[in-house]
Design a protein around this ligand. Structure first.
Ligand SMILES: Cc1ncc(C[n+]2csc(CCOP(=O)(O)OP(=O)(O)O)c2C)c(N)n1
Ligand SMILES: [Mg+2]
Length: 399
């Protein structure tokens, strides 16, 4: 017998009144991505000089020019066999640089594998930042010292780490915010959900920057989500969502600065979606022509983050030939130094692979280590036997 078949009238007490715990409207993101560059012409023509600070514009410009050159150099190093793999952030330099510059020294950055440039723009040694992509077992830099977490390859796993750190800082009373970077594809991961949910419930000082570059390898955004925008996902967690033009370095910097200030002062997390575009393939190992049309790429080239910034500086009389040359020379110097240092062979000890996996190695790890040690010894012996007498191995005489 079902409830409906029961005799008599069904007259329950009215349910308790219900209303939403959080007003949804203030959490909703902008309908159009927020932009600054190229939007203040009318005000400028009126005589009043408004808009972004000249010093900030110059800093962002120098950093995106360096960033563009860094991306080109790192990609070239993959062709020369000096880098195992490089996920280029060409086209995303505004997000990378603005993220680094919006942080205070005491804040933390939680990057993904594509965010090498954000770490470099934060002041880390480019060679150290590229260690992992060079094939080293170690991520290469001092995370506690630099306050940059390791570049994270498993998608979105850096997000709960960022929330944990932010929450701990708040419990300790430290004025520290954590900025976590993630891709559009990463927003489909369980870790994204868990991080946003915990951050919201704890009001942790964490800011999430989704770089929506249109693709997760070959998967376009339309196949990734049916949400109105990725920023709208914030509302479901009770977090404010912001939508920003990811190629507008000034807009990204402003939105992140606001969100980080709010986070540090106890206002809780923010989810920022930056709409940008991955101009290169996923990595040097991918062929993007198999899944996207040249026309789409060309349309985004017309909205290039470096050009947008350059145009604004020129319009405002802040960019003379001297400034352009200085920025380009600084970028060239950084690239040349990177090239030179990356051409020196690293001397990793293969046995270190096993050293820091567990405090006490498992029997399997011990077995694998013994196998590798034996293989290396055999290789060494074979090389020694193949060498003519009196002809030491390269570098042996200097040891
Ligand atoms: C947990 C996990 N699943 C799958 C992968 C394989 N993978 C590497 S990159 C990638 C696409 C990620 O796309 P997106 O988050 O948009 O970042 P983007 O590469 O565009 O910066 C995938 C699926 C991975 N690294 N980690
Ligand atoms: Mg993507």
């Amino acid at each position: 017998m079902t409830v409906l078949e029961q005799p008599g009238t069904y007259a329950p007490a009215p349910p308790p009144s219900w209303r939403p715990r959080t007003e949804a409207a203030p959490l909703l993101p902008e309908a159009e991505p927020y932009r600054v560059l190229g939007t203040r012409t009318a005000e400028r023509e009126g005589g009043e000089q408004t808009g972004p600070d000249a010093g900030l514009l110059r800093r962002l410009y120098a950093a995106v020019v360096q960033g563009r050159r860094f991306n080109e150099q790192a990609t070239a190093l993959t062709r020369q066999g000096r880098l195992a793999v490089y996920p280029s952030s060409r086209g995303q330099e505004a997000c990378q640089v603005a993220a680094a510059l919006a942080l205070r020294a005491e804040d933390w950055l939680f990057p993904s594998y594509r965010d090498t440039l954000a770490a470099v723009a934060r002041g880390l040694d480019p060679v150290e930042v590229l260690s992992l992509l060079r094939g080293d077992w170690h991520h290469g830099y001092d995370s506690p010292g630099t306050r940059v977490a390791p570049l994270c390859t498993p998608l979105a796993t850096q997000l709960p780490h960022a929330v944990g750190l932010a929450h701990a800082a708040r419990l300790k009373g430290d004025q520290v915010a954590a900025l976590a970077l993630v891709g559009d594809g990463g927003t489909s991961e369980g870790d994204f959900h868990e991080a946003l949910n915990f951050a919201a419930v704890w009001q942790a000082p964490a800011v999430f920057l989704v770089q929506n570059n249109g693709f997760a390898i070959s998967v376009p955004l339309a196949k990734q989500t049916a949400a109105p925008s990725l920023a709208h996902k914030a509302v479901g967690y009770g977090v404010p969502g912001r939508l920003v033009d990811g190629n507008d370095a000034v807009a990204v910097h402003e939105v992140l600065t606001e969100a980080l200030d709010r986070a540090r002062s106890g206002g809780g997390p923010t989810l920022v979606e930056a709409v940008t575009y991955r101009l290169e393939a996923h990595t040097n190992a991918d062929d993007a022509t198999r899944y996207r049309a040249d026309g789409e790429v060309e349309a985004w080239r017309a909205h290039d983050p470096v050009t947008l910034l350059e145009r604004e500086l020129r319009d405002r009389g802040l960019l003379d030939e001297e400034t352009v040359r200085e920025a380009e020379e600084a970028a060239e110097r950084q690239a040349a130094e990177l090239r030179e240092r990356m051409h020196q062979d690293p001397q990793p000890d293969p046995m270190e692979l096993f050293a820091h996996v567990y405090a006490e190695p498992t029997p399997q790890l011990r077995e694998q280590a013994a196998q590798l040690r034996a293989e290396l010894a055999a290789e060494h012996e074979a090389a020694a036997a193949a060498r003519p007498a009196g002809n030491p191995a390269a570098g042996e005489e200097t040891r």
